[in-house]
Write a protein that binds this ligand. Structure first.
Ligand code: SF4
Length: 82
């Protein structure tokens, strides 16, 4: 497939509080970051950083809590970056 438009990605929502609680450590900035996604099962969860897909200097699974980050983009409660 060539020359096609890429489909826009849906806006991300803040990770759910239940999933954040499964992380085992406070997420810090990642808890409210546009680039964070929580992959959760019944008993465990991992926080993945989408910035790692476009910039290899970001860890795919950041060490928590993240207290400072140059990629941080706060997401509003409704799911759009603030
Ligand atoms: S960009 Fe920074 S604050 Fe945002 S999810 Fe990645 S590591 Fe966390």
């Amino acid at each position: 497939m060539t020359g096609g438009r890429t489909k826009p990605r849906p806006p991300r929502r803040r990770p759910a509080a239940d999933d954040l609680a499964k992380l085992g450590a406070p997420a810090g900035l990642c808890a409210t970051c546009h680039h964070a996604a929580v992959l959760a099962s019944r008993s465990s969860a991992f926080l993945r950083c989408a910035m790692a897909e476009v910039d290899p200097s970001f860890p795919k699974y950041p060490r928590l809590p993240v207290l400072a980050c140059r990629g941080y983009e706060r997401v509003a409660e409704g799911g759009t970056p603030a």
